[in-house]
Design a protein around this ligand. Structure first.
Ligand code: C2E
Ligand code: CA
Ligand code: CA
Length: 669
């Protein structure tokens, strides 16, 4: 159907897959957004760790400082008490009295309680020290009391003796110990405070820096995240747009058209209006593409799209379905007349000359027209019928044709058959039989023709003549040919694997030759089954070449240049001019069985067959006769120097397994 190649290496921009660059960009975006997210988490984590660490360490230092300052205070109280005790002792000796003695006792109690507090909160070293002071204090207090008693008694000599021998040395020990410990702890306390202060000033300096740097990084990462999110969003939007629009013309594609078609039908049913669809296929577009190059082809398609949009109403949808195929959806078309008028207007618009880079170009176009209600009630039936109408318009050389149910008698049955055929292909209900071609001079099997059959679950075995013509009416023939090619080539592969090297001939329909995909499909299949091109022959009828001879010839030349043999099938019933035949890359000429079968009863046919054999040979082709049912025919053809024969006399079309047995049997003889 389409005349334009899908993605071809020298022309990737028109139909190729989205180029790789955006994919790389998308990948980079995803990576950078992932990094930004990780970075964000890392920074927040680092800030939290810093905050917790600084709180814990500062708290610990503060506690140390408090404890050490309390201890130092206790030692200081103890030291004070010791000093006061000494001065009270002196005072008692000068002016004794109960008041001084009471005060002295109080000071001793103060000293004891200060030492108790040190014992409680101090370290092991402090506790040992306190115990040491306590043990030294007991004899000292006893001596003091004795000295005080001596003072009370007025025994001055005894007082001096106790003071010199007992009190002073014992006191000195206590005083020194206490004052030294007090001084030490004072130093330690000051040091703790210093440490705490240093930590606090460190915190004061670094916290803002850490937080500011953290905030900056968080901002940076958040910004990266936001930006990549925005870009990814817009990429997503672009991808959505791309999935619904044709890249070359920017028009809605098949998917979007189908969606709008559904909507229009729904709305039409509610409002009682008709929905129209015009299916347009450009004629001779391939010629532009091939003779002037893809640039012109692309520009032409673009301009065709623009003209269609200009001519269509605002509410209509102009879509490009692929290749040189366009569709226009007419919501609320005014019946078939309205749709035909619209088609006429659009046809006039696009058949007026185009100008591309100073070159004037004319295109012809075939329009298939359908409207809801009259031609069908669902988008897929309407699409299919528009396609049938378009193909009929093309075949008959009419610019515009509405779908004609009359021309398509038993149409509902046929349409049902089309649906079943599609399913049959999906379920593998179609299979192949093979009919050998043999050389008349050597008896050698030169090839087999693959003939398709359909094992229908209800109708039973259906012959190709009953379904191929319907398949040819629509795009199904494309899938069918692909299916047959695949089966035939996989069979050849299997035979080659067991040592049977016989090429297969596959029948190709007229419509296949309008579809450039055919060439790519064949290349893929040969590669897939690892077969050389000379293992495949294509049988093409004369009428197929005549339908769109330019397109057909181009495709045939491509196939021929790859090394695939082409046979012209049913030769004699069509109207191929000898001039055309000469220009075609054909290696085999197959005389139609109607001439062969009638040969024996009709002198004229005999002459035709003889002349075709000569004609073929003069054009450098091998000639094969089909429909060779009897030994007489077989022998007669030998007499005319026909190269090969095919027919029931040699072998009927049979299954692959039966063919293998037949072939092995024949080889043995
Ligand atoms: P065709 O290409 O002309 O195929 C030859 C037809 O002649 C086959 O009919 C074959 O069974 C029949 N035939 C073979 N030897 C004799 C004989 O000695 N006498 C008579 N009277 N007939 C003989 P078949 O298999 O029914 O196919 C009919 C047509 O269907 C084919 O005609 C071909 O045009 C088409 N066809 C078959 N398979 C395919 C396919 O895979 N793709 C396409 N596009 N068309 C196919
Ligand atoms: Ca054939
Ligand atoms: Ca034939």
């Amino acid at each position: 159907m389409s005349n334009l190649p899908p993605a071809s290496p020298e022309h990737p921009e028109a139909f190729g897959p989205p180029i790789a660059v955006p994919a790389v960009m998308r990948w980079l975006k995803t990576i950078s957004s992932r990094w930004a997210r990780h970075g964000l988490v890392a920074v927040l984590l680092a800030i939290s760790v810093f905050a917790v660490w600084s709180a814990i360490t500062t708290g610990r230092l503060a506690q140390e400082a408090i404890a050490s300052s309390l201890l130092s205070d206790d030692y200081t109280s103890a030291a004070f008490a010791v000093t006061e005790a000494e001065s009270l002792e002196r005072k008692y000796r000068l002016e004794p009295g109960p008041e001084v003695r009471r005060r002295y006792d109080e000071v001793v109690t103060e000293l004891m309680s200060a030492l108790d507090r040190v014992h409680q909160s101090g370290s092991l070293q402090d506790r040992t020290l306190v115990e040491y002071i306590r043990t030294s204090q007991q004899p000292y207090l006893e001596s003091i009391n004795r000295m005080f008693d001596a003072v009370d008694r007025g025994e001055t000599a005894e007082v001096l003796r106790i003071d010199n021998d007992e009190v002073d040395p014992r006191f000195e020990i206590i005083e020194q110990t206490v004052s030294q410990a007090s001084a030490n702890h004072h130093r330690v306390s000051i040091q703790s405070l210093k440490k705490l202060r240093a930590r606090e000033s460190f915190n004061a300096n670094t916290t803002p820096i850490v937080f500011i740097a953290g905030l900056l990084l968080v901002g940076l990462f958040a910004n990266v995240l936001r930006r990549t999110r925005i870009e990814l969003d817009s990429q997503r939007k672009d991808a959505l747009h791309a999935s619904l629009h044709d890249k070359l013309t920017g028009l809605p594609n098949r998917t979007l058209l189908a969606d709008r078609f559904e909507q229009a039908m729904r709305l039409g049913r509610r409002q009682g209006s008709t929905t129209g669809l015009l299916l347009i296929d450009l004629d001779r577009f391939k010629e532009v593409n091939d003779t002037l190059g893809h640039h012109y082809g692309d520009c032409l398609l673009d301009q065709v799209g623009k003209r269609l949009i200009n001519e269509a109403r605002e509410i209509d949808t102009v879509a490009r379905l692929g290749g040189d195929e366009f569709a226009i959806l007419l919501p609320s078309a005014e019946g078939l007349d309205g749709a035909l008028k619209a088609a006429q207007r659009l046809h006039t618009a696009i058949t007026a000359a185009f100008e591309i880079d100073g070159v004037e170009l004319d295109v012809e176009a075939s329009f298939g027209v359908v409207v809801s209600g009259l031609h069908g009630d669902d988008p897929s039936t309407l699409m299919q019928r528009a396609d049938i109408a378009m193909y009929a318009a093309k075949k008959q050389g009419k610019g515009i044709l509405a779908y004609d149910p009359e021309a398509d008698r038993r149409s509902p049955e046929r349409l049902a058959m089309l649906g079943e055929l599609r399913r049959g292909l999906e379920r593998g209900e179609l299979f192949l039989e093979y009919q050998p071609k043999v050389s008349l001079s050597t008896g050698e099997v030169t090839g087999v023709e693959a003939l398709v059959r359909w094992q229908h679950p209800v109708r039973g075995l259906v012959r190709p003549d009953e379904f191929i013509p319907f398949a040819e009416l629509t795009g199904i023939i494309g899938s069918l040919t692909q299916y047959v090619l695949n089966l035939a080539l996989s069979q050849v592969r299997a035979w080659v694997d067991v040592g049977i090297r016989i090429p297969v001939a596959v029948n190709i329909s007229a419509r296949n030759l309008l579809d450039d995909k055919l060439v790519f499909q064949i290349v893929d299949l040969l590669e897939h089954h690892q077969l050389t091109p000379n293992m495949l022959m294509l049988e093409v009828t004369e009428s197929a070449i005549m339908l769109d001879s330019y397109a057909a010839r181009t495709i045939l030349r491509q196939l021929h240049s790859m090394g695939i043999h082409i046979a012209i099938d049913d030769f004699g019933v069509g109207y191929t001019s000898l001039a055309q035949l000469k220009d075609l890359p054909i290696s085999e000429l197959k005389i139609d069985k109607s001439f062969v079968l009638a040969m024996q009863s009709d002198q004229a046919n005999e002459l035709i067959v003889r002349s075709v054999v000569d004609l073929g040979h003069n054009l450098g082709m091998a000639v094969i006769a089909e429909g060779v049912e009897t030994a007489e025919l077989f022998n007669a053809l030998g007499g005319y120097h026909c190269d090969m024969v095919q027919g029931f006399h040699v072998c009927r079309p049979i299954s692959a397994e039966a063919f293998k047995l037949w072939y092995e049997e024949r080889e043995r003889k």
